[in-house]
Structures are given as C-alpha cells and as structure tokens.
Ligand binder design. Structure first.
Ligand SMILES: Nc1ncnc2c1ncn2[C@@H]1O[C@H](COP(=O)(O)OP(=O)(O)OP(=O)(O)O)[C@@H](O)[C@H]1O
Ligand SMILES: [Mg+2]
Length: 262
C-alpha cells in the first residue's frame, strides 16, 4: 500500500472540519474526490501534503506513506518528500509561478533545488519535460514569462514541474477547472499518460463527476467534511448508494440518453 489514511480528522481552530476520512491507495492507482464546495476536499489533500494553513491541524487519525507515519515527520523529512516523492498541481498553476521570472529559470531553479544537475543539464531536462506535456516551441516557452502563456500552457508547465522527479503520489486540486472544457480534457489526458508511464498514483479533486468517472479507479464522495460514499468508481457509477451521489450523477448531462460518465 502506497498511502493509507485512517480516521483522519482536521480542525481549523476549535472547529473540526473533516471527520473520519479513510483512504487507501496503491502504486499507480487513481483516486478522485468529489463533493460540494466547502465539503473538505482541499483540506484532506493538504493534510496529506503536510501543508495545512497554519490555523489548521490534524486532530486525529494516521497518514501512512510508504509504511511511514507522515504525522511523525520532522520538517526536514517533509521537505525531502514534498516536491519530489509527493507533488501537487494547483487549480491555477499561474498563481504559483513567479510572475517576474522566466519559465525556464523557475524550472531550472526548482530542479537544482532537489538534485545535483548543472544548470545546463537541468535546462535540457526541463525542456524535454515540457515537450512531454505536448507544449509547442519549448525553446520559446523556456524564455517566456508566465503572463505570456495561455492558461492551458501554464497548467501544462505546472504539471511538467510536478511530474519532473517521477513522484510516487501526485495531488491535483481542481487542476483544470480554470480552463475551457476541451483544454481540460487534453491536459487531464496528458497528465494521466505521464502518470501511467511512471506508475504515479494520483489523488484528484474535481467538481466534475464526469471527469472523475473517466479517469479514476476509486472514488470518494464527500459532504460536510465526511465521506458519504467510497469504493471502486465503476461500481459507484453503476450502483450509487447515497442519495447525494445519485444527485451528483443526475446532474451530469445526458447525450442521446447516455450519460457522459458511462
Ligand atoms: N484556513 C481556514 N481557516 C478556517 N476554516 C477554513 C480554512 N480553510 C478552509 N476552511 C473551512 O473548511 C471547510 C472545508 O474547506 P475546503 O477548502 O477543504 O473545501 P473544498 O471541498 O475544497 O471546497 P471547494 O470545492 O470550494 O474548493 C470550509 O467550511 C471552509 O470554510
Ligand atoms: Mg477546494
């Protein structure tokens, strides 16, 4: 088992926001978390990454990654893990890129922070990775500032950086919701291809149960900080147990009597 979260609770101040969350994930498996706004999806993945906002804390449970309890990690152990073995893609990668530094310089700096590559080696490897994410004219992109790229291109840069060190676990929080539907589908597909090659497990948070159904092996449905449904995606889609899951599925548009999700 790559990741085993058991009975996780998270509180902000005195308020317990997330209760009794259980997750198990094998190498290369894809888990989608869906649920309404405010249900605690971001909170759960931030707890796994060890980067809750400072008023937030894990108030109960365990998080085992590669058989080690992450909650016992020292700050030095966290920083060795995050950015290499566990990485994250955000809703808008543009917001984590430095607006006044060129893409190439940022990527090279990130690589050199976590490896012993020379500047030249890192630049070549970065450009190769951008090409893997199907970015055109990678030489130009390396020299560009974030604002000179489209949203889809910035998001691909974010995924390229997150996948650079072949992480064991990629956490993706609404990675494509800022993009138009066609670009969303392309970026998700490219991200999945790289993850499959590297056997990277994914936890993806999405509002779109259609996206979740398309890409995930396992599904968790959250409401009010709790899991209301959890299991194999195909089984949940075929036979949803909770009323809330049925509601989400009913909201997916139907084409010719057939839902997008099936
Ligand atoms: N820094 C914080 N301090 C206090 N409460 C917070 C903080 N961040 C989130 N919360 C609360 O925790 C709950 C869960 O928030 P979270 O961001 O995990 O939801 P979410 O499912 O990711 O929602 P969305 O789909 O809108 O991104 C919400 O009630 C929110 O108000
Ligand atoms: Mg969120």
């Amino acid at each position: 088992m790559l990741l085993e979260v058991s009975e996780l609770s998270v509180s902000y101040g005195e308020r317990e926001i997330v209760r009794n969350v259980n997750i198990s994930l094998d190498e290369g498996e894809v888990l989608a978390i869906v649920g309404e706004s405010g249900s605690g999806k971001t909170t759960v993945i931030r707890a796994v990454l060890g980067c809750l906002p400072h008023e937030g804390r894990v108030s109960g449970g365990k998080i085992f990654f590669e058989d080690k309890n992450l909650l016992e990690n020292t700050p030095a152990e966290w920083s060795r893990l995050c950015g290499t073995k566990i990485t994250m893609v955000f809703q808008d990668s543009g917001s984590i890129l430095d607006p006044i530094a060129r893409i190439g310089d940022q990527f090279v700096e990130y690589i050199r922070e976590h490896s012993a590559l020379t500047k030249k080696e890192a630049a070549k490897a970065a450009e190769d990775m951008l090409r893997k994410m199907h970015l055109p004219n990678t030489e130009n992109i390396m020299k560009s500032y974030p604002f000179e790229l489209s949203g889809g291109m910035r998001q691909r840069v974010g995924v390229a950086m997150a996948m650079f060190f072949k992480p064991r676990l990629l956490l993706a929080d609404e990675p494509t919701s800022a993009l138009d539907v066609t670009t969303q589908a392309q970026v998700v597909k490219e991200m999945m291809e790289i993850c499959q090659q590297d056997q990277t497990a994914i936890i993806i948070v999405t509002h779109n149960i259609g996206v979740a159904a398309y890409m995930s092996d396992k599904l968790i449905v959250m409401q009010n900080g709790e899991i209301v449904e959890s299991g194999r995606t195909d089984e949940i889609i075929a036979r949803p147990q909770s009323a809330y899951t049925r509601e989400l599925l009913d909201a997916v548009p139907q084409v010719g009597g057939k839902r997008y999700v099936s």
